[in-house]
Design a binder for this molecule. Structure first.
Ligand SMILES: CC(C)(COP(=O)(O)OP(=O)(O)OC[C@H]1O[C@@H](n2cnc3c(N)ncnc32)[C@H](O)[C@@H]1OP(=O)(O)O)[C@@H](O)C(=O)NCCC(=O)NCCS
Length: 161
């Protein structure tokens, strides 16, 4: 931060496309968000895949994303692969604009239907998806294996764009 930056208003949050250059930061946010983390290499591979697109949330003057969402597009449908905000960025209403912007980009690319899976009991995520218009279309018993060996169900949700 420069000396002048202390006296000027911080810029508004930005949502911008992200690529494999952000892989290490995405892996760090993912590790702080999920018990089964994905490595930097996992993110590099995913972001190099045809049809996979990502958007990052940038706060203040940071060049590093504070959150991100990744989707895979296949013809006119997409699957949200992962969404996460760094713990310090949560609970401040940033997830809705991040997801809305991403869904708009999917729509621009011709996507008509978006699918996702979410752990039953992940209230912040389920509330977020419902707010965006996703509806529950199914439930997969025992889908997620927790570190303590417990198995939790996944809700499958979908949204028509
Ligand atoms: C899911 C996630 C991106 C949501 O971002 P967030 O900043 O926490 O969410 P927001 O503050 O914008 O709140 C989203 C909604 O969840 C609700 N919510 C937040 N915390 C909650 C809690 N502990 N219990 C119940 N609802 C909660 C909010 O009230 C809001 O609902 P509303 O808009 O209907 O009021 C964020 O929590 C996260 O990164 N979690 C870890 C990774 C994860 O679980 N990703 C989803 C995998 S499918």
């Amino acid at each position: 931060m420069s000396f002048l930056d202390r006296f000027t208003k911080p810029p508004a949050p930005r949502i911008e496309p992200i690529g494999s250059e952000a892989a290490a930061r995405l892996a760090a946010i993912h590790a702080a968000s999920f018990s089964r983390s994905w490595s930097t290499l996992d993110f590099e591979r995913l972001l190099g895949e045809r049809g996979v697109i990502g958007d990052g949330l940038f706060l203040g003057r940071s060049e590093k994303p504070a959150g991100f969402v990744l989707s895979r597009i296949v013809v006119d449908e997409a699957e949200i692969l992962t969404v996460a905000l760094a713990p310090e960025a949560r609970g401040r209403g940033h997830a809705i604009p991040l997801l809305s912007c991403h869904l708009e980009e999917l729509s621009r690319r011709g996507v008509r239907k978006v699918h996702l899976e979410v752990e039953e009991g992940n209230q912040p995520a389920i509330a977020l998806y419902r707010r965006l218009g996703f509806r529950e279309i199914g439930r997969r018993t025992g889908y997620y294996l927790k570190p303590d060996g417990a198995r939790l169900a996944a809700l499958t949700m979908a949204l028509d764009l």
